[in-house]
Write a protein that binds this ligand. Structure first.
Ligand SMILES: [Zn+2]
Ligand SMILES: [Zn+2]
Ligand SMILES: [Zn+2]
Ligand SMILES: [Zn+2]
Length: 404
């Protein structure tokens, strides 16, 4: 993801392209071990389907084991308590902070862990629609309450708070044993004052942004979430996200294409000049050029992509430039399609394809498509004319010399 493009491209790009691992997005008062955990198991904290996180295979396996353990625990633990002492997830979602907190203080650690595991299983959604329904019922209870405020939540039991935050956000990361946010952070996340993305956790509105989306969308964080779908994920070093050159807010490429925010138009930098493929940011309503951005992403990230990633990125680029009508955009579209085809039919390997696309970008940078950078339309046409005439002239001279 790109920050303001006016910043140093290399530094800016790398900081912002590594959302999960970069420190600036972590609030300094939070334990660093959180980010380390996230790097190992991002699916644990959240995915782009935040309200219904999908766990990776490892997590699912772990949960199944956990489930087995829960059953054993249930046998051991539940019998020791009368039904009056027991607390269920529904109780936590419905009953007052004080009542549940008091009961929880009397319950053993194992029982509370079991409750958290139970919610993790539900959030995993392994049981399909039944779990989904259970989750929505819990969430409806929690979100329908007016007594859950910063003032009352201060008195909540730690596990009670973790469970309430997990239900409210749908993110099971808050239940993970190795993730321990401060009580205050959890309360702020619950109240949408802090980003729910555990790898971000920025105060909201991020960067004190005054735009309509940051101020009108509950829980929206402009540092890590998509302006259109309001979701975040852990994809970095990719053309999957488009950053606005002007306000630095982010949009999924897919969301931008779906909403027809990618089209031919003058870039806001030049204001005039020939049309090119641009992206209109929904947050500031201004446009950013796309070819330079794609070029930056490829130049900085392509060498680290494997074959599959390269294929996916080429696919993003060809979808972005699908409707391009300017020569550079068309060429890029054809080039991507050509490389995709060659990769599919194994005519070239991913290393060669990577070299080819980087050479292509090198070429577009050096080739004198001067018109693009010249504000005055007439002047740019003139330069283009002079450029092509001179090329023709050199080709003519060259062929004459070769013939001799
Ligand atoms: Zn904003
Ligand atoms: Zn965030
Ligand atoms: Zn989106
Ligand atoms: Zn913008």
């Amino acid at each position: 993801m790109l920050p303001l493009r006016s910043q140093s491209q290399v530094g800016g790009l790398q900081t912002s392209l590594s959302l999960v691992s970069s420190d600036p997005v972590l609030s300094p008062d939070e334990p660093r071990s959180n980010s380390d955990n996230l790097r190992q198991s991002p699916a644990e904290s959240a995915s782009s389907q935040e309200t219904w996180p999908t766990a990776d295979a490892a997590t699912t396996k772990k949960t199944e084991n956990g489930k087995a353990e829960i059953n054993c625990l249930e046998q051991n633990v539940i019998h020791r308590f009368s039904s009056a002492d027991k607390v269920t997830l529904q109780d936590i979602a419905r009953e007052s902070i004080g009542t549940i907190c008091e009961k929880m203080h009397r319950l053993p650690e194992e029982y509370l862990e079991e409750l958290k595991n139970g919610l993790r299983v539900i959030l995993d959604g392994g049981n399909g629609s039944q779990h989904r329904e259970e989750f929505f019922i819990l969430q409806k209870f929690v979100q329908g309450r007016t007594d859950l405020t910063a003032k009352t939540l201060v008195r909540a039991h730690r596990v009670q708070l973790e469970i309430l935050v997990a239900i409210n956000t749908g993110i099971q990361g808050f239940l993970h044993p190795s993730i321990s946010l401060s009580q205050n952070s959890l309360i702020e996340i619950f109240g949408y004052k802090r980003c729910r993305n555990i790898a971000c956790q920025n105060q909201l509105p991020a960067d004190d942004c005054t735009c309509e989306i940051c101020n009108g969308t509950t829980g929206f964080c402009n540092l890590c979430m998509c302006v259109i779908c309001n979701k975040f994920d852990f994809e970095v070093n990719t053309c999957r996200w488009i950053g606005c050159d002007l306000c630095s807010h982010w949009t999924h490429t897919d969301c931008a294409i779906r909403q027809q925010l990618i089209f031919m138009g003058p870039s806001s930098k030049s204001g005039a000049g020939p049309s090119e493929m641009v992206f209109r940011c929904q947050a500031c309503n201004r446009t950013s050029e796309l070819l330079g951005w794609v070029k930056d992403v490829f130049q900085h990230c392509a060498p680290s992509w494997d074959g599959e990633a390269l294929m996916r990125e080429l696919d993003y680029v060809s979808r972005i430039f699908h409707g391009s009508k300017d020569p550079r955009g068309r060429k890029l579209f054809w080039k991507c399609d050509d490389l995709k085809e060659k990769l599919k039919t194994k005519k070239i390997d991913s290393k060669a394809a990577c070299r080819a696309i980087l050479m292509f970008f090198q070429g577009t940078g050096n080739l004198v498509f001067m018109s693009f950078y010249i504000k005055d339309k007439e002047l740019s046409r003139f330069y283009n004319f002079v450029f092509f005439i001179s090329i023709e002239f050199y080709v003519y001279i060259f062929t004459r010399l070769v013939k001799k």
